[in-house]
Design a protein. Structure first.
Length: 235
């Protein structure tokens, strides 16, 4: 579904991504793990059109999307849940969700997807007339995910969904990610909690200082002593 070939991305003179290549097949959860500042979020932003690669190609369903405007990419079926949630604090929960569908014209489909989001996140249904800024961190994360799903994506990019959340909520969010996969959405997940990410992913790539240094089946990486030492705190 997604093929990233040898992309290089710079912030000014600083090279953030150094020849990264990866692929994501339809129906998979693929996770990117690695230390903070390794380039994982930069990669997601480049795929979703927020950053332009200096060289390399990004193919989505066989067509090039590198450097295309972000809304073109959303229209094609890729949605991103940004790091730090970024909900519209002064708008109601249901207005935030409707904004996720702003490029769509199919009223019936939008209604059905809103229903599906409320089924995945019952808490949002209870709070739909509440201002997003008054929600807890976990609820805001649910809202950011629900808003991305309202674009009806085929590929969902998730950037650090567990950041700053209590362990119980993290477990809940990860259960929901697995539910989203079951509905047929493909997921590319960036996550600090490598243990948790590998437990739900099919495959994983390890990113270090802008390069992919290791890749493989998630359960193999989860069992690897080298990975445990470097990324899983030796557990």
């Amino acid at each position: 579904m997604l093929k990233v070939n040898d992309i290089n991305v710079y912030y000014g003179n600083i090279q953030a991504l150094k020849g990264i290549s990866l692929e994501v097949n339809a129906g998979e959860i693929v996770t990117l793990i690695g230390a903070n500042g390794a380039g994982k979020s930069t990669l997601l932003k480049t795929i979703s059109g927020l950053l332009k690669p200096k060289q390399g190609e990004i193919l989505y369903e066989g067509q090039s999307i590198a450097g295309k405007p972000a809304q073109h990419i959303v229209k094609r079926g890729i949605s991103q849940v940004p790091e730090g949630r970024r909900v519209f604090a002064n708008m109601f929960v249901e207005e935030n969700l409707q904004l996720g569908a702003y490029l769509r014209k199919d009223k019936e489909g939008i209604k059905n997807d809103a229903q599906r989001v409320y089924e995945l996140f019952p808490r949002l249904h209870e709070r739909k007339k509440q201002l997003a800024g008054t929600l807890s961190g976990g609820e805001q994360q649910m809202l950011a995910m629900g808003r991305a799903l309202m674009a009806n994506p085929k590929l969902l990019l998730l950037d650090e969904p567990s950041m700053g959340l209590a362990p119980l909520l993290v477990k809940q969010i990860f259960n929901i990610i697995e539910e989203i996969k079951k509905t047929g959405t493909t997921i590319l997940l960036v996550e600090q909690n490598a243990n948790l990410a590998l437990s739900i992913a099919d495959r994983a790539y390890v990113v270090e200082t802008g390069r992919i240094v290791l890749s493989g089946e998630a359960d193999e990486l989860n069992a690897s002593e080298e990975i445990k030492k470097a990324y899983l705190g030796g557990h």
